[in-house]
Design a protein around this ligand. Structure first.
Ligand code: CP
Length: 319
C-alpha cells in the first residue's frame, strides 16, 4: 500500500506528550504509536517521497553539548524531511565560553522562535531541566548515562522489522552497561514490549541490581550466547570513566568481542545490533559488523524514520 493512502497527517489522540525525555516514562502503547508511525515514514523514504510537510512553519534546533554523528545528522534530516527549518548549535563556539549558563543559553535560543529543542548533554537530567524551563518541546538526544530514547526506539524498530515482534525474544545488551544510556532506554522499551533482557559484561560494568527490575545479568558472554535472539554490542565509554574497568582492551576483547568463533555458537538467525560508533576489534570484529546477521546500518536508516515520527508527534498538529 502506498503511503499516499495512509494517515499520519495529524497527531493521534493517544499521543498527548509535548516532550520525549525517556522510554522509562512511556507506556507500551505510546512506544507502539511511535514505532508504527516510524514504519510509515520509512515507507515514504523507500518511495523516495523526500518531503512530508507536517512541520512547515516549525523550527527545530540541535542543541548538542556532546559530539555526535548519527543522532545529530538524522534529527536534522528528519526535521527537514518534515518541512521544518533546522538550526545547529555548536557549544564549543557559543557564548557558554563567556560564562552563560545552560538554561540561559537555551532560553535565548528559544526566544528566537524555536518550536523544538533537541538536546544532548553529558549531565543526566539536562533535558528534564529544559522541559521545566522552556515553553517549546524538548527531545532528549542522550543525557549522560541516563537515557537515549530515540536510540532505544530505533533499536527496537530494527528488531521488530526483522522479527515481526519483540515479545518473547531474548535480547542481550553486552559491554559497558554502567555508562550506557542506550542500554537503559533499550531496557525500558524492550521490557514494556515483553522481551526478556540480559545485561552482560565485566562485573565492574554490570550491576547485579538490574535483577531487582527483572533484568537478568551475566558476566559471561559465552554462557548466554546459545539462547540469545538479539545481541546489542555496546562501546566501552572510556570518556565517562575515572579508572580502567578491566586490565586491558585486549583482555576485554578476549572475553566479550563478538567474533567469528562466537558466531558459530549462536542461533543461526541471531540479530547483531550496535548503536555506533563501533570500535572494530574491541566489542565487535569486522567480520561480524559487516556480516549477514548484522543490522547496524539498518539501525541508522531507521533512526531517521524514528526521529521523523517523534518530531511529528511532539510538534505536529493535534487531531
Ligand atoms: N548512537 C549514537 O548516539 O551515535 P552518535 O553519538 O554518533 O549520535
Amino acid at each position: 500500500m502506498s503511503t499516499e493512502t495512509l494517515d499520519f497527517e495529524s497527531v493521534p489522540a493517544t499521543w498527548t506528550r509535548r516532550h520525549l525525555l525517556g522510554l522509562e516514562e512511556l507506556s507500551a502503547e505510546e512506544i507502539t504509536v511511535i514505532l508504527d508511525r516510524a514504519v510509515l515514514f520509512k515507507q515514504t523514504m523507500a518511495e523516495r517521497r523526500r518531503k512530508i510537510p507536517l512541520l512547515v512553519d516549525k523550527t527545530c534546533v540541535n542543541l548538542f553539548f556532546e559530539n555526535s554523528t548519527r543522532t545529530r545528522t538524522s534529527f536534522a534530516l528528519a526535521a527537514r524531511r518534515l518541512g521544518a527549518d533546522t538550526v545547529d548549535f555548536s557549544a564549543s563556539t557559543s557564548s557558554l565560553s563567556k560564562g552563560e549558563t545552560f538554561i540561559d543559553t537555551a532560553k535565548n535560543i528559544e526566544a528566537m522562535g524555536v518550536d523544538v529543542v533537541i538536546v544532548r548533554h553529558r549531565t543526566p537530567g539536562a533535558p528534564q531541566l529544559l522541559a521545566q524551563n522552556l515553553d517549546c518541546s524538548v527531545i532528549n538526544a542522550g543525557d549522560g548515562p541516563h537515557e537515549h530514547p530515540t536510540q532505544g526506539l530505533l533499536d527496537i524498530m530494527t528488531i521488530r522489522e526483522r522479527r515481526g515482534s519483540v515479545e518473547g525474544l531474548t535480547v542481550a545488551m553486552v559491554g559497558d552497561i554502567a555508562h550506557s544510556r542506550t542500554a537503559r532506554s533499550n531496557i525500558w522499551g524492550l521490557k514494556k514490549l515483553g522481551a526478556h533482557v540480559i545485561v552482560c559484561g565485566p562485573s565492574t560494568l554490570v550491576s547485579p541490581r538490574w535483577a531487582e527490575i527483572g533484568v537478568e545479568y551475566s558476566y559471561s558472554l559465552d554462557e548466554i550466547l546459545p539462547r540469545v535472539d538479539v545481541l546489542n554490542l555496546l562501546r566501552i565509554q572510556f570518556e565517562r570513566q575515572h579508572s580502567s574497568p578491566f586490565p586491558s582492551v585486549r583482555e576485554y576483547a578476549h572475553l566479550y568481542a563478538m567474533n567469528r568463533d562466537r558466531m558459530a555458537r549462536t542461533k543461526d538467525d541471531i540479530l547483531i545490533l550496535a548503536p555506533g560508533p563501533i570500535n572494530r576489534g574491541v566489542e565487535i570484529t569486522p567480520a561480524v559488523a559487516d556480516g549477514a546477521n548484522s543490522a547496524i546500518l539498518e539501525q541508522v536508516t531507521n533512526g531517521v524514520a524514528v526521529r521523523m515520527a517523534v518530531l511529528s508527534l511532539v510538534a505536529g498538529e493535534r487531531e
